[in-house]
Design a protein around this ligand. Structure first.
Ligand SMILES: [Zn+2]
Length: 352
């Protein structure tokens, strides 16, 4: 069934069904135990700073249990640790992990397409070199904040090639390991290669990075065997603002604007522009698009109440930006506001 061709109300229903399925899967005993077992064997805490592009599903591409890689997403994969909200959210997360005795591996992730530059990252004007350079600059910021010896926090710049979902590891000196290009013999030497590329990486972190890389090698082999066709065009019809959208982790349905940039109007305007262009080109129906605002909370009471206020603020802010800069699109908006019970990954719709 082509979801993109359905009337907007049906697409919205489908999206919330998917979100509910994801939450149910996340809370299932098998998933909970798989995460616990994985964490016991691989205690390094994992996070990824990456683009909002739905093709970047690191959990699937590394065969890691869902919910273990903490995502920080923003339109175009641009981040600056000087942004007050991003700096705080990331820092809180890192300190809570380190406080629990875990090292932290931060994946600073750019993306591109080998087959066609235009399937790369629109946020960087499809310029792979610019995206790589941005992530190396972010790496330097992480070092400034969390230390240059990398004993507790290791920033790792890595690329995601979306045609085959292959990971490429970049060292600051310009060398790299492209997992898509490894022969079986080279793959067997990965631990030694990692040591040579990142001599300063703590042994624990290296040991916990290895399963992700082996998982990616297996995933890439499966993608090749399946002869998967790459997604060729933008067909997004949902604009998400806020955090906690990994339940909507699927290619080509949603554009996710994290609440991080102090100039929040810009990524919202860009995302709305992409959806408007999708409608104009007939790639999605013109009957409407979804604006979904959501903010996660961990505890009930004041934290949930504040998440509610934040979600309403983000919704109203996005509506204003869209009305001012894409008035035609604004007349087609369908709005949903939610908070997310983060421990259960469950979206809770707020009354309209
Ligand atoms: Zn991108």
């Amino acid at each position: 069934m082509d979801i993109h061709a359905l009337p907007i109300e049906e697409r919205i229903r489908w999206l919330f069904q998917r979100a509910a399925q994801h939450a149910a899967e996340f809370c299932g005993s098998e998933s909970v135990l798989a995460r616990q077992r994985y964490l016991a064997e691989h205690p390094t805490a994992l996070a990824a700073l990456k683009c909002m592009d739905g093709r970047l599903n690191l959990s699937v591409a590394t065969r890691t249990p869902i919910g273990l890689i903490q995502p920080f997403r923003n339109l175009g994969g641009r981040f600056d640790l000087g942004w007050p909200h991003l700096g705080e959210v990331l820092s809180d997360w890192v300190l809570s992990q380190v406080g629990a005795g875990r090292r932290v591996l931060l994946l600073l992730n750019y993306h591109h397409s080998r087959g066609c530059a235009q399937r790369g990252c629109a946020g960087f004007g499809f310029d792979l070199a610019a995206a790589r350079a941005h992530m190396q600059a972010l790496r330097a910021q992480v070092e400034q904040v969390f230390g240059r010896a990398h004993d507790s926090v290791y920033p790792l710049v890595c690329g995601f090639e979306t045609d085959e979902d292959a990971i490429c590891l970049d060292a600051p000196d310009g060398r790299s390991i492209d997992l898509a290009a490894l022969t079986p013999t080279e793959a067997a030497e990965l631990p030694q290669r990692l040591m040579a590329l990142y001599p300063d990486m703590p042994e624990r972190v290296r040991a916990d990075l290895m399963p992700l890389l082996l998982g990616n090698l297996a995933h890439v082999a499966a993608v090749r065997a399946a002869g998967r066709a790459p997604e060729v065009e933008h067909r997004e019809w949902t604009l998400c603002v806020g955090r906690g959208f990994d339940v909507l982790h699927m290619p080509n349905h949603a554009l996710i604007v994290g609440p991080y940039s102090p100039q929040l109007d810009q990524p919202i305007e860009t995302a709305a522009g992409i959806i408007a262009a999708n409608m104009r080109a007939g790639r999605i129906p013109e009957d409407g698009f979804l604006l979904l605002a959501s903010v996660p909370y961990e505890t009930v009471g004041p934290e949930r109440e504040r998440a509610t206020l934040k979600a309403c603020f983000l919704r109203d802010f996005a509506l204003e930006v869209i009305a001012a800069r894409h008035p035609t699109l604004a007349s087609r908006v369908h709005v949903r506001t939610a908070v997310m019970d983060w421990r259960r990954r469950r979206l809770e719709l707020l009354p309209a």
